[in-house]
Write a protein that binds this ligand. Structure first.
Ligand SMILES: Nc1ncnc2c1ncn2[C@@H]1O[C@H](COP(=O)(O)OP(=O)(O)OP(=O)(O)O)[C@@H](O)[C@H]1O
Ligand SMILES: [Mg+2]
Length: 286
């Protein structure tokens, strides 16, 4: 059964889309079949994965959300074998208003994704920069959420509001919603403030903060304009390395914990394969 993860932060421009696309591509590189749901009317995740949004017609997330088409019929392949995208256009903005009077309006995305879940290892939802009905649908459909947090002075400001929304969702539409973690983005080690923010967030949230920290890296912004995830654009860049590390952490978290007293391995046990990404190191600047 695939894991559904929403990437959410109502603050604009903090790296939600960059993280969704590049985490998804890193998971796909590790042979995890991954679907990106572009759940933002801006459609940035679709463009960043090479989708021509002018040619979509009625094959968008909006039509799937209102039940006009199956989500499966809107899914597009990408340049990577294990990576797929359900694209969005500006139409999706209408859903925010149209769904207000709909029955079970918070559950529309959950219902739409249900038939797809078993076909993917991961489904990542790129949320818009708001806590409106689209983000509520995403958090209702998700097993867990990741918060991309920009390493800047007001980073924590919106987080309280987001976590309040999450607690309301846990009390109503999705009691099992888990906090997967916080990923620090756009880190610039030369900036004292950024170092302070990292320290403060780690002090407050401890193990909830991913070890991987995404540096400010021009390759990450360039690759989107070429419609490619960074693994296909510059796999040696520091930005790419950070997202490969994030994928490695996420996969490790999802794996079942070993039993307390493991029984000795049988003599004939197959050789142990190193997990994907096992050889990837953290950038030394972080
Ligand atoms: N680590 C990074 N280094 C450099 N530029 C980055 C990095 N992460 C994101 N960017 C750039 O910052 C801008 C905002 O990033 P992104 O679109 O991922 O944020 P967002 O949270 O999805 O924004 P929105 O709230 O508008 O959806 C983009 O131009 C992106 O290319
Ligand atoms: Mg975005």
């Amino acid at each position: 059964m695939g894991k559904i993860i929403a990437l959410a932060n109502q603050k604009g421009g903090v790296g939600k889309t960059t993280t969704t696309v590049n985490l998804a591509a890193s998971l796909a590189l590790g042979e995890r079949k991954t679907l990106v749901i572009d759940f933002d009317p801006q459609g940035n995740a679709s463009s960043a994965l090479g989708v021509d949004r002018t040619q979509l017609g009625d094959k968008t997330v909006y039509q799937a959300l209102i039940g006009e088409v199956d989500v499966a019929s809107i899914v597009q392949a990408t340049e990577m074998e294990c990576l797929f995208v359900a694209p969005a256009t500006g139409d999706l903005a209408g859903a925010e208003i149209e769904l207000v009077s709909a029955f079970a309006r918070e559950n529309k995305l959950k219902a739409a994704l249900a038939p797809l879940r078993s076909q993917y290892d991961y489904i990542l939802i790129d949320c818009p920069p708001s806590l409106g009905l689209l983000t509520i649908n995403a958090l209702t459909a998700a097993d867990s959420f990741i918060v991309p947090l920009q390493c800047e002075y007001f980073a924590l400001e919106g987080l309280t509001q987001l976590l309040h929304t999450v607690s309301l969702i846990r009390q109503s539409t999705n009691p099992a919603l888990e906090h997967e973690g916080i990923i620090l983005t756009m880190f610039d080690g030369r900036n004292n403030l950024a170092n302070e923010v990292v320290k403060e967030v780690r002090t407050h949230f401890g193990p909830l903060v991913f070890e991987a920290v995404v540096p400010r890296n021009v390759r990450l912004s360039e690759c989107s304009s070429f419609g490619k995830p960074v693994v296909l654009y510059d796999i040696d860049s520091k930005g790419c390395l950070a997202y490969l590390n994030l994928a490695k952490e996420l996969i490790a978290k999802s794996q079942p914990k070993p039993a307390q007293a493991p029984s000795p391995a049988p003599q004939t046990a197959a050789p142990v394969q190193p997990p994907p990404f096992a050889d990837i190191q953290q950038p030394s600047t972080v």
